[in-house]
Design a protein around this ligand. Structure first.
Ligand SMILES: [Zn+2]
Length: 278
């Protein structure tokens, strides 16, 4: 018996509980303005072959338990109700990460502003975020509900717990639906703080030693596993604590390229030194 079977045997997910929880989280997503109109989708993996998901073209703030759809792991409908056309995104994550049991996709305004501006949420500016979420990479643009979208996400799913999709929105996932929602909320909150800090002159990065301490704490406490050192975070490389695996990520809109910035004074100093050397 594979580990996925064993997991579901030990921790079966009750379908009516799952439906209740999806309706509750849908309301929260709507009330927090993470979605408007019929945006976004939520699902829970019930067992090895079945997911319960939000239906297509329905406002997440006004769902009822009986409006949710059932589908198999290939996306085939198992109920009269039809799941969201973006279910493929959820199925990709479930297939690549057997421990993941719930997925939340939304368009939270601050996180989505990063995705629209071609930016990842990957700066070491908040200690709690390093402890609990890590970096949120930006994946290349793909037309919603097509293979383009899932293809762009694929390289990032294994080592991250939330992703931004260029010119689209965000997706977060977890071992239960609350964890998936919490991660979405942390993503949005971090993006909001980063934007506010920019208005105040810019956020100040934590130093390498502080980052290393946080990474050690999160692994000891079990918040994130050691494989999170393989995330697309420039600061893990700068601090010399990135994983040993040879992981390379495609960069969306060139956003993954390392950028170095100087103040005007530093640039003048650098140029004058170069002139002296010349
Ligand atoms: Zn969407």
């Amino acid at each position: 018996m594979g580990c996925v079977n064993l997991w579901f045997l030990l921790f079966p997910m009750d379908e009516s509980q799952a439906r209740k929880l999806i309706v509750e989280i849908g309301k929260l997503m709507y009330e927090h303005s993470y979605v408007v109109s019929s945006d976004g989708n939520v699902s829970i993996r019930l067992d090895e072959d079945t997911v319960v998901a939000t239906p297509t073209m329905t406002c997440k703030g006004r769902m009822t338990e009986d409006c949710l759809a059932l589908a198999d792991m290939e996306g085939k409908p198992l109920s009269e109700q039809r799941a969201s056309s973006e279910l493929a995104m959820h199925l990709l994550i479930y297939k690549m990460r057997p421990e993941i049991k719930a997925v939340c996709h939304a368009h939270p305004p601050h996180g989505t502003a990063f995705a629209v501006a071609g930016l990842a949420i990957d700066k070491p500016i908040l200690s709690e975020v390093i402890l609990t979420l890590g970096c949120v990479p930006l994946t290349d643009y793909g037309t919603p509900s097509t293979n383009e979208l899932t293809g762009a996400m694929k390289p990032f799913v294994e080592h991250h717990n939330a992703l931004l999709m260029a010119n689209h929105g965000a997706v977060a996932y977890g071992e239960d639906l609350w964890q998936a929602f919490d991660r979405l909320e942390t993503l949005e909150h971090t993006a909001k703080i980063a934007i506010l800090a920019k208005a105040l002159g810019g956020a100040i990065d934590l130093p390498d030693e502080a980052i290393e301490k946080l990474i050690n704490i999160r692994e000891k406490a079990g918040y994130l596993k050691a494989n999170a050192r393989c995330q697309a975070c420039g600061y893990l490389h700068d601090a010399g604590i990135a994983c040993d695996l040879d992981v390379s990520y495609p960069s969306a809109n060139g956003a993954g390229e390392r950028r170095i910035s100087f103040t005007r004074e530093e640039l003048i100093e650098l140029l004058s030194q170069a002139a002296k050397l010349g």
